[in-house]
Design a protein around this ligand. Structure first.
Ligand SMILES: Cc1cc2nc3c(=O)[nH]c(=O)nc-3n(C[C@H](O)[C@H](O)[C@H](O)COP(=O)(O)O)c2cc1C
Ligand code: SF4
Length: 499
């Protein structure tokens, strides 16, 4: 199946026609506005008593490029400098920071230890200095920077890039076989006691974040990682599973513990508000150097354990519980802001980060990627209508490419979302928000992310992440050659697969 490439669309009218043709309703402005022209994206956003300078946000973007003891490397530092230069006034988390070594998603993920505190302070200062250098001496007064705290749960690989060392909330009927977990192996299940220790680890990291100067921490609950997995632990016996209070208990206890130890810190939650079953390439259409389009795993007859979707048909979104959870976290647990995401990059990447080209462990997009973007935007709009007083950041805007500013300012003006987050785009063209707000030509540099997925394919093959196609720093690196080889051997493997 082929889809219209966004880069080939010449006018806003054509872009609107494409959306119409796909049956998608989305506000799109004729022209991007600068701050001086009154762009909705230049409006401040109030989060508790902090005034965030504008409506652009940098999503957390990790690089699989820290040192093995969990400190930032020169690549990490460069990326955080770019976050500071982006012009975005909300820096959501920087990147996933593991609260324990065992909870790391890869042996190069940043992680907590007493020895790493100073390097995290330096990393934050690098970002803030870059922001001040670019935007003026007082520019950090309205810059809100948080640190994303995580435990990777089912997707832990703390010691080897190729060896999963899962710690799970419950045995999952489709994810266990997909990721090599024996259904009878209870050694990988976290006990209630383990969770108490993990909550302490979140508090240690939060204390560090506060001491080095972060204004908030994100207690990450998305993308299939541990805190997110608990939200669908319907069948876990005991206090941390079952009904919605049980399934959110680990998250709520952790937030409460962080708040009580660090009352000065604001708390955010990045939340996957709907799950989908794992997808795999259609075997009948795989071959000739290419994966087939993605098809969902079979869930007929299962009471599927998903959050934000119907249990008897997990392809259908149901926001009843996500709305209840967000309201409860905000009103009863003092969570100040939410970053809305969905799905998981490991088993349904087209849902979570719509792309024209799939990552190496993916499948061809089963739908026009625009459908995936608009699904996320509509979902945030639905949440916004139900929760008008709670600040929400939206996700999946990079795929709009040239038309990202047109969509972003229109949805903020329409009140569909409070802040527009950018993920992949910030790797390829980190100054785009600043250029848009200044009224400069944001297309001239020709660095707009085309969703080639190399930044995902590289780490899937044990290589550091980065924008290999468009950022000279990576384009000319030795890792670019490794990536080329990894992609070539995948193509060869797929060519020999029987259709
Ligand atoms: C290379 C890469 C690294 C990422 N790292 C993180 C991360 O550390 N934490 C997180 O919550 N999401 C992470 N994400 C997901 C992004 O924050 C974002 O949700 C996703 O890319 C979709 O937004 P986009 O369409 O603007 O790229 C990552 C995505 C990519 C491609
Ligand atoms: S490698 Fe670059 S162009 Fe490709 S998806 Fe990542 S950021 Fe975008």
């Amino acid at each position: 199946m082929t889809y219209q490439r966004i880069g080939a669309i010449k006018t806003v009218a054509e872009f609107r026609e494409l959306l119409d043709g796909l049956g998608l309703e989305l506000p799109v402005d004729d022209h991007p506005l600068s701050a001086v022209e009154g762009s909705p994206l230049a409006q401040p956003l109030q989060v508790d008593d902090f005034t965030v300078g504008n409506r652009w946000c940098v999503h957390p973007m990790e690089g699989w490029d820290g040192t093995t003891d969990g400190q930032p490397s020169e690549h990490t530092i460069r990326r955080w400098q770019h976050f500071g230069q982006s012009g975005c006034k909300l820096i959501w988390g920087g990147e996933a920071f593991a609260v324990t070594h065992e909870g790391r998603a890869n042996p190069n993920q940043l992680c907590y230890s007493k020895e790493n505190v100073e390097s995290m302070r330096q990393l934050l200062h690098t970002l803030e200095d870059a922001h001040r250098e670019r935007f003026g001496a007082n520019a950090t007064d309205d810059l809100l920077v948080g640190l994303q705290l995580t435990h990777s749960g089912r997707f832990c690989r703390p010691n080897s890039k190729t060896q999963l060392e899962p710690r799970i909330a419950y045995h999952h009927p489709l994810l266990d076989p997909k990721f090599g977990i024996e259904p009878a192996d209870d050694s990988v299940l976290l006990t209630d006691d383990d969770l108490k220790h993990l909550t302490d680890a979140y508090v240690d990291s939060a204390r560090m974040a506060r001491d080095v100067g972060f204004r908030f921490v994100d207690v990450k609950a998305c993308h299939g990682y541990l805190m997110h997995e608990f939200l669908s632990a319907f069948d876990r016996p005991g206090p941390y599973g079952g009904d919605i209070l049980g399934r959110t208990r680990f998250l709520r206890e952790t937030i409460d513990a962080v708040r009580s130890e660090c009352p000065e810190l604001m708390i955010g939650v990045r939340l996957s508000v709907f799950d989908r079953p794992p997808y795999h390439p259609d075997p009948a259409l795989t071959g000739g150097g290419k994966f087939g389009p993605g098809i969902p795993g079979e869930t007929t007859g299962l009471d599927y354990p998903g959050f934000g979707c119907l249990r008897n048909n997990p392809l259908i979104i149901d926001l009843t519980e996500p709305i209840r959870v967000i309201r409860m976290l905000a009103d009863e647990h003092g969570v100040s802001l939410f970053n809305i995401s969905c799905g998981s990059p490991y088993y349904n990447p087209h849902i979570q980060r719509p792309a024209f080209y799939p990552p190496s462990d993916g499948y061809q997009p089963p739908e026009d990627p625009l459908i995936g973007c608009v699904r996320q935007i509509n979902t945030v709009n639905d949440l916004k209508q139900a929760l008008p007083d709670i600040p929400l950041v939206g996700t999946a805007y990079s795929y709009f490419q040239e038309y990202l500013p047109h969509v972003a300012q229109a949805v903020v003006r329409a009140g569909w979302v409070d802040s527009v987050g950018i993920g992949r785009l910030v790797l390829s063209d980190w100054e785009l928000p600043a250029k848009v707000l200044a009224g400069d030509d944001y297309r001239a540099a020709k660095k707009i992310c085309r969703t080639f997925s190399d930044c995902t394919t590289a780490p899937r093959n044990g290589i550091i992440s980065g924008c290999f196609p468009l950022d000279e720093y990576y384009k000319d690196s030795p890792e670019a050659e490794q990536l080329k080889q990894a992609k070539a051997s995948l193509r060869e493997k797929l060519s020999t697969d029987v259709r």
